[in-house]
Design a binder for this molecule. Sequence first.
Ligand code: BJW
Ligand code: ZN
Length: 274
Amino acid sequence: MRTTYASDPREKSPRSAGGRGSGIRGVSEVPGARIPIDEQTRVLVLTGAGISAESGLATFRGAGGLWDGHPVEQVASPEGFAADPELVWRFYSMRRREAAAAAPNDAHRALAALEDRLGDRFLLATQNVDGLHARAGSRRVVELHGTLWRSRCSRCLRPPIPDAAFPVEPPLPRCACGALLRPDIVWFGEMLDAATTQRVDRFMRGAAGAPFVFLAVGTSGHVYPAAGYVQVARFHGAQTWLANLDPAENAGAFDHVVAGPAGTTLPRLLGVVV
Ligand code: BJW
Ligand code: ZN
């Protein structure tokens, strides 16, 4: 049984259909919603670009998946970097500038407030690379797709270095080995860092027997493995919630779907004051 909530608690869901007991496609009209979180509940949150939209940062698929006329895969893939490193560095320098100028919003703050309450029963896995969760005060954060604020060698295995520079034209930054530096970001076709995914896996396994909530926020459910976490969480007994502006690709896999801007829906859903 899936429940869909309108963004305003007084508003009835326009997608009402089916009713109670009608299976995964069943949608009922419920006035508002609050995620049940008690003193035993463990909460795993997955965030995507949508949570930073109210901070003024663009989402990926919002502009038709294009940046400056280039498909995202062209500027966020090892093949794209090999073909045109200057173009890729221009894209990431712009992203660094925009992220540095942005400030966390109420949705980031609501998650930090929930972590304050839950401590080690909370984990935040973000696909975002902007660093806004940490700036809002979140500490138990796993950056699945890396971060804008480090660079690493495109050839050797020297450790990543903190980097907040904005290279836009040659000479592009190079490693001591002579190869080009690149943003420490997980691009399409690249493996996620094993330590980060293991931390998420461990948290899910640790939920055995305890009440467990999985909450995805501001993510279109297109990109794996993050888009599959809802299924894994469900396997581990989680009640699953999605808080998103538009219907996500994997919305059908969630028990509860809440439509609306995260800066409004999250404080209410989590019962926190921001
Ligand atoms: C709001 C809002 C508001 C707006 N409030 N909501 C299984 C099946 C098929 C393919 C694969 C698979 N497993 C792996 C793959 C391949 C690939 C993949 O998933 N491809 C799919 C596109 C089909 N995955 C990978 O390559 C990953 N690597 C991997 O799995 O390695 C092993 C492997 C490799 C190859 C084959 C098989 C296995 C790596 C993925 C790395 C993704 N990297 C990017 C770019 C770099 C980061 C950066 O530069 O920032 O990460 S892609 C891009 O998409 C970015 C994002 O983190 C990611 C997810 O996007 P997100 O966050 O969901 O954003 P949007 O824009 O899509 O959605 C925003 C949502 O917010 C919308 O729904 C709005 O409605 C909503 N919204 N305002 C609430 N105010
Ligand atoms: Zn090197």
